[in-house]
Ligand binder design. Structure first.
Ligand SMILES: Nc1nc2c(c(=O)[nH]1)N[C@H]1C(S)=C(S)[C@@H](COP(=O)(O)O)O[C@H]1N2
Ligand SMILES: [Mo]
Length: 517
């Protein structure tokens, strides 16, 4: 009779080795990150994830954002961990002793693992801004895994029967996993996140000559209504970073170059000395669907980008600024949007706090009137004055328009879609936005026919922020639909024809069902 060690112990062996690899690599990466000027974390896990994101076809990415919203990263990480678990289990099965007393195909399994490790190394080195030192986490991690497996398969063979073998495997796997978890926890403690958070707490926003004050009349008094200012913790987050870059403000620099009379560089201390302004600007994501919530309103503190560009002196012929983040994301913003009178900012503050790490600490761009993907570069470190003909930004070859002015939009927030409400006066309320043009009117229609009823508008502190509206309806019993549309400050009516977000923003009117009882 063949005495196989049970397959699950073999698989477990591989998974435990995988835990060691991931933990060791993560910690080495975190330790290196402490001395990483760019603020990127060269963790192999993140490098592979980032490469995966960059290589993902546009339709899949759009689907992920549409399906998971700003949970898309958690889903990706979970998927990666699942794949790693399966691959490691496979390696465990491949290499475990087949027969009591035999060494199995351990050499083959170790070789397979080493080849996978080499593949990851290639991915790591191909990341934008990779430095040779970035190989260290992968090399040390995979070496630890190979060592652990080698020990396990050496000792495991030729022992005293399957029961003893099973116990030994469990002990080995337990110890290995415990070491892995311990190491990962230690790594978390020294990670760049802690440093960035404490650096952020030290930032003192400078006093503002002409601060934004939001009139109480900007907020309609309706239960369950969206707050006029979106709290930072609830502000949507969209970016290509699996974990946000954790930059050191003390070492942050922004370089302006390209078609300029003179290259300019500014550091954080210098930026803080510039005369700052506040702007009330609603940021919107081009991926937002009709009625969606990838849109938020905040008071931003920053220095107008036009002032910095003026120091550099853009040359005639330039029509675009390509902004780059520390992790290699790029956005193409029309030069005119950064030099005209609008409040295009190098922002350091959000709703009176230093910029949260997720939202671009220490410095990001905020440009009223343009979707985030062509303007709102977080963790910004480089501005290249150039032309649309010469340079393309991150999303352009992925099926999105090179320019992205925000489309006039409106949303019903109260009642909730498919709400059951009592007959009588129903309060309908929501938001509408048309940055740079402002909202002139909002109208509601019942059951997709009949007249458009004008809603009452709340105060509009600036044309760059969204505007709240409310409408009272004497609701008869039955199932009804409510549809909203906005008219912007130029008198243009919101586009009713439905279009999906790609390539330059969704159109269509938000419609909800209500059940009046
Ligand atoms: N560095 C970096 N900046 C970025 C992005 C990104 O992927 N990386 N995404 C942009 C997009 S698509 C949007 S909609 C806004 C979202 O900003 P928020 O996450 O602060 O809401 O950031 C923009 N800035
Ligand atoms: Mo976006």
């Amino acid at each position: 009779m063949l005495m196989r060690s049970p397959r699950w112990t073999a698989a477990l062996t591989g998974v435990a080795a995988g835990a060691v690899i991931v933990a060791v690599a993560t910690v080495v990466a975190a330790l290196l990150g402490v001395s990483n000027l760019a603020g990127g974390v060269p963790s192999p896990l993140l490098a592979v994830g980032a490469a995966f994101i960059d290589a993902t076809p546009a339709w899949l990415k759009d689907w992920a954002i549409a399906t998971f919203g700003d949970r898309d990263k958690q889903v990706l990480v979970a998927g990666m961990l699942l794949v790693i678990t399966l691959v490691c289990a496979g390696i465990g099965l491949l290499g475990s002793p087949r027969r009591h007393g035999g060494l199995g195909r351990s050499r083959l399994a170790l070789t397979a693992l080493a080849i996978l490790g080499a593949g990851v190394l290639v991915v790591v080195l191909l990341r934008p801004g990779a430095v040779p030192l970035d190989v260290l986490p992968t090399v040390v991690g995979v070496a630890s895994g190979l060592g652990a497996l080698h020990v396990r398969w050496r000792r495991g063979a030729g022992a005293a029967g399957p029961d003893a073998d099973r116990r030994r495997v469990l002990r080995w796997a337990g110890a290995t996993t415990a070491v892995g978890v311990l190491v990962a926890v230690l790594g978390q403690l020294v990670s760049g996140r802690e440093r960035a958070e404490s650096g952020r707490e030290d930032v003192v926003l400078p006093p503002i000559d002409d601060p934004v004050s939001v009139p109480a009349a900007a907020q309609v008094d309706v239960e369950g209504m969206t707050p006029f200012l979106t709290p930072n913790e609830e502000f949507y987050r969209i970016d290509t970073a699996i974990v946000p870059p954790t930059l050191d403000a003390q070492r942050w620099r922004l370089r302006v170059h390209g078609m300029v009379r003179q290259e300019v560089e500014i550091d954080f201390a210098e930026l803080l000395e510039q005369p700052m302004i506040e702007s009330l600007t609603t940021l919107a994501c081009v991926s937002n669907t009709v009625g969606g919530n990838l849109v938020g309103n905040a008071v931003w503190t920053g220095w107008p980008i036009r002032e910095l560009l003026a120091r550099a002196g853009p040359e005639p012929g330039a029509d675009m600024v390509l902004s780059t983040s520390s992790d290699g994301f790029t956005a193409s913003t029309p030069l005119s949007a950064l030099t005209d009178e609008r409040a295009a900012l190098l922002a350091i503050g959000m709703n009176g706090e230093p910029l949260p790490v997720e939202h671009g600490y220490p410095v990001r761009m905020v440009v009223p009137g343009l979707y985030g993907y062509v303007s709102a570069t977080k963790w910004v470190v480089d501005l290249k004055v150039t032309t649309f003909a010469d340079d393309v930004a991150y999303w352009t070859p992925r099926g999105w328009s090179e320019r992205g002015p925000i489309k006039t939009s409106s949303r019903i927030d109260v009642p909730a879609p498919s709400a059951e409400v009592p007959a009588g006066t129903l309060v309908v309320a929501g938001v509408a936005w048309a940055q740079q043009r402002g909202i002139a009117a909002v109208e509601i229609r019942v059951n997709s026919k009949g007249p458009w009823h004008p809603a009452e508008l709340a105060a509009e502190p600036t044309i760059d922020s969204w505007r709240q509206w409310v409408w009272h309806w004497d609701a008869p019993v039955g199932k009804h639909t409510l549809t909203v549309r906005a008219i912007d400050g130029d008198g243009e009516v919101q586009v009713a024809a439905p279009a999906s977000p790609a390539p330059d923003g969704a159109t269509g009117l938000h419609t909800i069902y209500v059940y009046v009882e």
